[in-house]
Design a protein around this ligand. Structure first.
Ligand code: ADP
Ligand code: MG
Length: 584
C-alpha cells in the first residue's frame, strides 16, 4: 500500500506533509491540486513530517490537500532516442511541445514508443551476464547504441534467449534473462535509473590518460582537459563562458554531447534551441544534434527542476559511457544549480554555511564531479564522461563558495578575466591563473610526448613563462615609462603580446580560426617559440614596437587561412624574410 499524507505547510516550492506511513529521502510524491497532480521530491523526513520540494508552481495549493508517495526516486528513462532530444530537468520532451514551457501538471513521455529500431543481437543464449553487459545494438543516428542488461540488475544472469536481428520498438522484449534462482525476466530497450545515484556498472575507474581535444588553443595547448576529466569555467557576466562552452560542445572530440542549460535566462536557452539543430558537426559533416541531448531549465522554472536537470544530464552520460562511448557533459551555469540548493536550504531553515549556501555544498559539488571519469567496462572496452561546468560568481568574486568548492572538485580551472574580455582578447581565459592538473600526470605527459611531440609540456611551460615575464615587463614599463626601462623590457613585453595575439586569442565565430587541430597548434607554438627564442638588436623601443606590430599583423592572417593551403606557405615566406631582415 502506498504511503499518503496531507499538506500542512507551504513556503513557495517547499511543502511540508504529514505522512501516515514510511517515506524515504529523495522519494517522489504527487500532490493533488484539483484536476492536476504536481510532482515533488522528498528532501527531508523528520518523524511524521516530510519536507518535499515541488517541481512546479504551488499556486493554489492549500493545507489539507492530499499527497500520494510513489515509493521510487526521481528517475531518468534510458533507451534509444535520447539523442537529438530536448528535455527539461524532469525529462519532459520539449521538442514536441509548442513552446518551451509546459502547462502545470503536464508530463510527457521522454522516448518515442512507436519508432522501430534496427536491432542486432550481441549476446547469445547461455551467456552469463551482469548489469550493463551488452545484449544487442541498434543504430541511433550513426552511434552504436548498446542495449544493456539494466543497471539495477544484481548478480549474475544467464541469457535464455535474445531476439533475432530485426526491427523492434523500445517496448519489445529483446532478451529473456534467468536469475541465479531461475526466475526469468524479460528485458526491453528501455530502463530507468534514479538520477541522484551514480551508475557503478563497470570494472574499474582508472586515472584519465589522454587528452580530449577541443580545437581551442588556450585549452588544448596551455591547460588541456583529459578525456574523462573535469574542468570549470568561472567568469563574470559577459566574459564568454557560454561562447567558450558552445565551442567545446561543437568541436570537442566526443561521441556524445549532453548540454545542461541550467537556470540561465530564457532567451539564452531559446538560442540553444534554435542554434544547435542547425549546426554541422566538423568531425562528421552531419548534424551535431544527432549526437546531442539538451536538458534545459530557464531561470523562471522552479528551483527544484533546476537541481534535477544536472543530475538527469549526468545520468544520461553515464548510460552512454557504459556503451563504450566518449561523452561530454557541459553545464551552464552550475551557480544557478547551487542557488537552487541555497533557496531550498533556506526555506527549510537549515543552519546556513558561507553566504547562506548549505553547509554541505562542497560535498554535493564534489560528489557530482566525481561521477565523471574514464571507466573500463566489464568487457574491457573503455568509456568516458568529461565534465565542464561554468560558474558565474556574483561580481566576479572568485572567493565565493561555489567557485571555491568547485575548485576543490574540478581538475582544470579556466578563469575568464573581465580585463581580457574588455579588451576583446577572446577567449578571455587568463593564461596565468588558469591551470590543468592533468599536465602533472606522468601518463598525460607521456601521451603528449607521443601524440604531439617529445618534451611538449616543457614547451608549454616555456610559453607560460613568456606570458608571465611579459606581464612583469608591462608593469615596469607602466611605472617607469617607455624610456625609463631597458629596450629588452619592451622586447620581452612584445614577445608575450605576439604569443597572446597570435596563439591565445581565437575567434570563435570564424570558420577557420574557431577549430585549431593539435597538429596546427603544435606548428604555431613552435613558430612563436622560435621567434621568442631569438634576440633582436633594436635601436629603440619604437623600432621594437613597430617590428612586433607588423609581425603580429602578418601572423594573425595565418589564423584565418586553411593550414594545408598554398596561401599558408606564403605567410611563412613573408615571416622568414622579416626575421632575416631583423633577426640576429
Ligand atoms: P557569459 O556566458 O560569460 O555571460 P557570453 O559567452 O554570452 O558570456 O559572451 C558574451 C559575448 O562575448 C559574446 O556575445 C561575444 O560577442 C563575445 N565573445 C566571447 N567569446 C568570444 C570568442 N571566443 N570570440 C569572439 N567573441 C567572443
Ligand atoms: Mg552565459
Amino acid at each position: 500500500m502506498k504511503t499518503t499524507g496531507k499538506v500542512t505547510g507551504i513556503v513557495s516550492n517547499l511543502v511540508t506533509v504529514e505522512v501516515n506511513g514510511p517515506v524515504a529521502e529523495n522519494e517522489l510524491c504527487y500532490i493533488t491540486l484539483g484536476e492536476t497532480r504536481l510532482l515533488a521530491e522528498v528532501i527531508k523526513v523528520k518523524g511524521k513530517n516530510a519536507s518535499v520540494q515541488v517541481f512546479e508552481s504551488t499556486r493554489g495549493l492549500k493545507n489539507g490537500d492530499s499527497v500520494e508517495f510513489e515509493g521510487r526516486m526521481l528517475e531518468v528513462t534510458l533507451g534509444p532516442g535520447l539523442m537529438s532530444s530536448v528535455y527539461d530537468g524532469l525529462q519532459n520532451n520539449l521538442a514536441t511541445m509548442e513552446s518551451v514551457f509546459l502547462q502545470r501538471g503536464e508530463y510527457t513521455s521522454p522516448l518515442d514508443h512507436e519508432k522501430l529500431w534496427d536491432f542486432t543481437p550481441l549476446a547469445k543464449a547461455g551467456d552469463k551476464v551482469k548489469a550493463a553487459d551488452w545484449l544487442g545494438e541498434v543504430k541511433e543516428g550513426w552511434l552504436p547504441h548498446k542495449i544493456m542488461v539494466p543497471f539495477s540488475f544484481k548478480g549474475e544472469y544467464t541469457v535464455k534467449s535474445v531476439a533475432e536481428a530485426g526491427q523492434y520498438n523500445i517496448d519489445c522484449t529483446i532478451a529473456v534473462l534467468a536469475s541465479e534462482t531461475g526466475e526469468e525476466v524479460p528485458v526491453t530497450m528501455v530502463q530507468k535509473w534514479p538520477v541522484k545515484v551514480a551508475v557503478k556498472a563497470y570494472k574499474e575507474k582508472p586515472r584519465p590518460n589522454r587528452i580530449m581535444e577541443t580545437g581551442v588553443r588556450v585549452l588544448d595547448t596551455l591547460d588541456p582537459i583529459a578525456e574523462g576529466g573535469t574542468g570549470f569555467i568561472p567568469g563574470p557576466f559577459g566574459c564568454g563562458k557560454t561562447v567558450l562552452q558552445h565551442a567545446i560542445a561543437k568541436q570537442g572530440d566526443a561521441d556524445v554531447i549532453v548540454m545542461a542549460a541550467c537556470g540561465e535566462r530564457a532567451n539564452e536557452v531559446v538560442e540553444i534551441f534554435t542554434e544547435f539543430p542547425e549546426l554541422i558537426d566538423p568531425h562528421t559533416g552531419r548534424h551535431l544534434m544527432e549526437r546531442t541531448t539538451i536538458i534545459c531549465n530557464t531561470s523562471n522554472m522552479p528551483v527544484a527542476a533546476r537541481e534535477a536537470s544536472v543530475y538527469t544530464a549526468m545520468t544520461i552520460c553515464e548510460y552512454y559511457r557504459a556503451m563504450g562511448l566518449k561523452c561530454l557533459l557541459l553545464a551552464d551555469s552550475t551557480s544557478r544549480w547551487a542557488q537552487a540548493l541555497r533557496e531550498m536550504s533556506n526555506r527549510m531553515e537549515e543552519l546556513p554555511g558561507a553566504d547562506a549556501f548549505p553547509v554541505d555544498l562542497s560535498s554535493i559539488i564534489s560528489n557530482f564531479y566525481a561521477r565523471a571519469g574514464m571507466v573500463v567496462l566489464n568487457n574491457g572496452s573503455t568509456g568516458a564522461v568529461t565534465f565542464i561546468g561554468t560558474v558565474s560568481p556574483s561580481g566576479g568574486n572568485l572567493k565565493e563558495p561555489v567557485t571555491e568548492s568547485t575548485k576543490k572538485a574540478a581538475r582544470c580551472f579556466y578563469a575568464l578575466e573581465q580585463n581580457r574580455a574588455d579588451q576583446k582578447r577572446y577567449p578571455a581565459v587568463n593564461p596565468i591563473d588558469s591551470y590543468s592538473k592533468y599536465l602533472e600526470y606522468p601518463e598525460i605527459r607521456e601521451y603528449l610526448d607521443e601524440k604531439v611531440e617529445k618534451g611538449w609540456v616543457d614547451k608549454v611551460n616555456l610559453a607560460k613563462n613568456i606570458i608571465r615575464q611579459g606581464r612583469d615587463a608591462a608593469e615596469q614599463i607602466n611605472i617607469l615609462g617607455d624610456d625609463g626601462v631597458p629596450i629588452s623590457y619592451h622586447e620581452t613585453f612584445w614577445k608575450s603580446e605576439l604569443l597572446d595575439f597570435v596563439f591565445l586569442q581565437q575567434d570563435a565565430f570564424d570558420a577557420v580560426d574557431s577549430l585549431c587541430p593539435m597538429e596546427r597548434q603544435k606548428y604555431m607554438l613552435n613558430l612563436i617559440l622560435d621567434i621568442c627564442g631569438r634576440s633582436f638588436d633594436f635601436k629603440d623601443f619604437e623600432e621594437c614596437r613597430n617590428f612586433f606590430k607588423e609581425l603580429i599583423n602578418d601572423l594573425r592572417q595565418m589564423n584565418y587561412t586553411e593550414f594545408h593551403s598554398a596561401e599558408f606557405g606564403k605567410y611563412q615566406a613573408q615571416l622568414s624574410k622579416l626575421l632575416e631582415e631583423n633577426g640576429k
